[in-house]
Ligand binder design. Structure first.
Ligand code: ASP
Length: 581
């Protein structure tokens, strides 16, 4: 239907006769002449219609699909913003292929349409050039990933969608079985068990761009269904697995964004990440690292700090040039601390060469001196101190740190700061349930040096578990796995599974281990997040063609919906009225 696309023609094409098709992006009447910007996925080209087309173009409106033929001519005024901006088409023939109603949202880079409208008319939203660029970029990312993995001998293997659930810690989606009344398949939270079984089968290197399903509340970076780049490898050390993942990222960033990443990425233990940034996914694009102040206050009688000396933490951060913070500003920080379980936040200012603040009266001369020396203060600095339980204080101050970085615009939006966080704790204690849960998943291998603590101090056991972090987001996470029946069974026990439960839930898996299991490990990346960050978008909804909204609905198709009574009957189901909350 065409000789060229709408992003293609240049000065060297002048005098050629061409045929173009596309959508009418904009129409302008200039007296006898009419100008139309014709759009397709490749770009825009300006069409010029002379007087003889007066009647033919009169009714052509935005988003009509048209086909034109004509001569490429040099423009009088170049449009430097457009790749085709030096030429235009002097139209010789026009065919209107299809008409279009007035669209409910403007089809352009910028739209002021509300998200509800954008999602209801997603097919039009996806006609906008920036949404097309996002999805094309995403496709470039997966193409680059596949290219890399294929070259490294990875085998792309699909695993079931209808199956048995893998415990990744979220709620399952269940699918009722028609054949077996009362029985359900679970949609995979990840292909975890299957990819490990494929190692037992001997594939050595598996990958899959896999859809995963987790019934959780949605957020900007979370959807009920999402896509993982899922990898598993045999006979490789933690560092070798990480190197493979780094090289893959390096290629993807080069291929897609022409950005050169430096590898190996920085590495930080989970403890150091928490201790210095108050997050297991620290954003290292800006400073404000924590300063440990415990030794300054070893002899304090100030209750707030004294109570943290034994087993707790006293952490400070310095915020440059922020001594002019208002009372309201401090109250906001206090709210953040409290929402993370902290008790309070102490603030001091460095003005006219000395510390100043209401709480100074609780500090001795020596403490003040030490504090100043340790924090390396400059005029107008604000000092914030949080104390109490180590994890709570670190997390609370970490949230303050990232809030202030946003507020003060300290973040270099062009930077890509990668980092590995490793040595995650194996388990997480739930006071509510009075038991331990796997922090990653129950197949993660404890570090050899900590095995003895599994019975005595389970909370202190570290794991061969690692996350790849980019700009404060977890891009991916993985671990080495237990590969002996003994260690896997031990872990199930520590997690409180009875022998019967192990058999009924993981019998096939434990059995498989008895037939020669290679040491193995892997990682899974969130493809949606990678695409979001590489597109500099604030939400993964901007890089998913047909996402759900924050209420877990699809406003376009109206899913979920009520099935017909006959369908329920066939599935042996009846629906209860929803209880009033
Ligand atoms: N299945 C894990 C997850 O989804 C990733 C892994 O351990 O490879 O988090």
């Amino acid at each position: 239907m065409r000789t060229h696309n709408n992003g293609q023609l240049r000065l060297e094409n002048v005098d050629e006769t061409v045929t173009l098709v596309g959508w009418v992006a904009k129409k302008r009447n200039f007296g006898k002449m009419v100008f139309i910007d014709l759009r397709d996925r490749y770009g825009k080209t300006q069409l010029v219609f002379n007087e003889s087309f007066h009647d033919a173009v009169k009714d052509v409106r935005n988003e009509y699909v048209i086909q034109v033929s004509g001569k490429v001519v040099e423009r009088q005024d170049y449009n430097e913003d457009l790749a085709t901006g030096k030429i235009e088409i002097a139209v010789e023939s026009l065919e209107v292929i299809n008409e279009a109603k007035t669209t409910p949202l403007i089809i352009d880079e910028e739209t002021d349409a509300l998200e509800g409208v954008r999602m209801k008319y997603r097919y039009l939203d996806l006609r906008r050039p920036n949404m097309q660029a996002n999805l094309i970029r995403r496709s470039d990312i997966t193409a680059s990933i596949r290219e890399y993995l294929h070259a490294q001998d990875f085998v792309d293997i699909e695993t079931p969608i209808l199956g048995l659930s893998t415990p990744e810690g979220a709620r399952d989606y269940l699918v009722p079985s028609r054949n077996y009344a009362g029985e359900f398949y679970a949609l995979p939270q990840s292909p975890q068990l299957f990819k490990q079984l494929l190692m037992i089968s001997g594939f050595e290197r598996y990958y899959q761009i896999a859809r995963c399903f987790r019934d959780e509340d949605l957020r900007a970076d979370r959807q009920m269904e999402f896509t993982q780049v899922d990898l598993e490898m045999s006979f490789m050390s933690e560092v070798e697995i990480q190197t493979m993942a780094e090289e893959m990222m390096k290629k993807v960033f080069k291929d897609v964004l022409d950005v050169d990443l430096q590898i190996p990425f920085a590495r930080m233990t989970w403890h150091d990440a928490m201790n210095s940034y108050g997050s297991d996914k620290p954003d290292t694009r800006y400073g404000m690292e924590f300063v440990d102040l415990k030794d300054v206050f070893v002899n304090t009688e100030f209750k707030v700090l004294k109570s943290a000396l034994d087993g707790g933490a006293i952490k400070g951060i310095v915020v440059n040039d922020h001594a002019d913070i208002s009372r309201k500003g401090i109250d906001k920080l206090l709210d953040i601390v409290k929402s993370h379980g902290g008790m309070g936040i102490l603030d001091l200012k460095y003005l006219e060469g000395k510390l100043d603040g209401r709480i100074l009266k609780f500090f001795s001369e020596e403490e003040i001196e030490q504090l100043e020396a340790k924090l390396g203060l400059k005029e107008n600095d604000l000092v914030l101190i949080v104390s109490g339980d180590w994890e709570v204080s670190c997390t609370a101050l970490g949230a303050v740190r990232s809030f202030l970085a946003q507020e003060k615009g300290l973040i270099d939006e062009d930077a890509f700061n990668f980092l590995w966080v490793n040595e995650f704790p194996l388990l997480e204690y739930s006071a509510e349930d009075d038991r331990y849960y796997a922090r990653h998943h129950p197949f993660t291998r404890p570090m050899d040096e900590d095995i003895d603590k599994l019975d005595t101090h389970p909370g202190e056991v570290k794991a061969y578990a690692y996350d790849m972090i980019l700009n404060g987001y977890e891009l991916g996470g993985g671990s080495l796995r237990n590969y002996s029946t003994k260690s896997q069974t031990k872990l199930f026990e520590v997690l409180g599974f009875t022998e019967e439960e192990i058999r009924s839930q993981f019998g096939f898996f434990v059995d498989a281990f008895e037939y020669g299991t290679p040491p193995h490990g892997g990682i899974a990346f969130g493809l949606d997040r990678i695409a979001m960050l590489m597109s500099k978008e604030p939400s993964i909804r901007e890089v998913i063609a047909f996402p759900k909204n924050a209420q877990a609905k699809d406003p376009m198709t109206d899913a979920p919906s009520k099935p017909a009574p006959a369908q329920l009957e066939e599935l042996h189901l009846s629906v209860k009225e929803k209880k009033q909350q």
